[in-house]
Design a protein around this ligand. Structure first.
Ligand code: F3S
Ligand code: F3S
Length: 107
């Protein structure tokens, strides 16, 4: 199991979650952040600190954002398991599901 970042993170990228993660497994893409499904230890520390409430336990992800599970998993298809997000910085990449979204307005 893992935690999943969903659509409310897109174009927001608050990054409060990054400071909470004990294993540095939340990676920054161009438009949102992604949790590495194999590196996440399910501690849950990230979930309550996200202002737009974008983070969900895998089984609790709202149906409308179910595809974000795959987006988080497949974001790492070519990256593999880097073993720490800090050293990578911002990755010049997004999963196609996110890349194709129109700009997400925040009000
Ligand atoms: Fe995104 Fe929320 Fe983290 S907006 S960067 S998932 S704190
Ligand atoms: Fe990190 Fe959140 Fe998993 S804090 S270990 S990504 S549950």
């Amino acid at each position: 199991m893992t935690y999943v970042i969903a659509q409310p993170c897109v174009d927001v990228k608050d990054r409060a979650c990054v400071d909470e993660c004990p294993v540095d497994c939340i990676y920054e893409g161009k438009r949102m952040l992604y949790i590495h499904p194999d590196e996440c230890v399910d501690c849950g520390a990230c979930e309550p600190v996200c202002p737009p409430e974008a983070i969900f336990y895998e089984d609790d992800t709202p149906e409308e954002w179910a595809s974000y599970y795959d987006a988080n998993v497949h974001f790492f298809d070519e990256l593999g398991s880097p073993g720490g997000a800090a050293k990578l910085g911002v990755i010049d990449l997004d999963h196609p599901l996110i890349a194709e979204l129109p700009p997400q307005n925040q009000d």
